[in-house]
Design a binder for this molecule. Structure first.
Ligand code: AMP
Length: 210
């Protein structure tokens, strides 16, 4: 099954994807993670990507698509995958159609005030990418032992721009996938396990329809 995960920054896409991976036995492909790896390479190209990401804006579609295509060519994607962070624009969704038949788009619906609260305390592990909230997680390192840090794009100035970018460029994808008849809205809950159960229910419907 090929799934697109859609939702505002901080809606919990990464957390949900992590749970779906175990359940569905397919990998998650996060374009944000792919870009962060390149951004950390120290090359001029990497530094340019890092700058764009830190600003809260979007990296060029050409760059992201190239990385995505390479990742989709790997053998673990043969039974499907979950796309987290792609597409982010209608143009990207149209380009995706040339390389993949998407079965379902899971739209993670979370109230904006909940999201702003979550993002403002978000800390990420430098090693495994796990996300915590500094208001509830009081350790100084990740469970894996990795260093925790605040991503540049989780700083307040960038959060505001990421929201604007989402509203303007990414939100129209809800209607895009609705019109294609594959949109499944998943209500995001306080407890990630409840969100996960909602997603599984939505996907069961999608599987029955296919
Ligand atoms: P994420 O980890 O999905 O929140 O992505 C972090 C940042 O990576 C975004 O704010 C963008 O700057 C960049 N990014 C991730 N995916 C894309 C995409 N599909 N198109 C353009 N930029 C992206």
């Amino acid at each position: 099954m090929k799934i697109v995960l859609l939702g505002a920054p901080g809606s919990g896409k990464g957390t949900l994807a992590g749970k779906l991976v175990d359940e569905l036995n397919i990998p998650t492909i996060s374009t944000g993670d792919l870009l962060r790896k390149t951004a950390a390479s120290g090359t001029e190209f990497g530094n340019k990507i890092k700058e764009t990401m830190a600003s809260g804006g979007l990296v060029s579609t050409e760059t992201v698509l190239e990385m995505l295509k390479a990742r989709l060519g790997e053998s673990d994607t043969k039974n499907g995958y979950i796309l987290d962070g792609f597409p982010r624009t209608i143009e990207q969704a149209q380009l995706l159609e040339n390389i993949a038949d998407i079965d379902a788009c899971l739209y993670l619906d979370v109230d904006k005030d909940v999201i702003v609260d979550r993002l403002s305390g978000r800390i990420t592990c430098r090693d495994c990418g796990k996300i915590y909230n500094s208001k509830t997680y009081k350790e100084t390192t990740c469970e894996c032992g990795g260093e925790l840090y605040v991503r540049d794009d989780d700083k307040p100035e960038a959060i505001a721009i990421r929201f604007e970018t989402y509203e303007k460029n990414t939100k129209p994808l809800i209607k895009y996938y609705q019109d294609k008849g594959i949109l499944k809205t998943v209500k995001g809950m306080d407890d990630p396990m409840d969100t996960f159960k909602n997603a599984i229910d939505a996907l069961d419907c999608a599987q029955k329809e296919n």
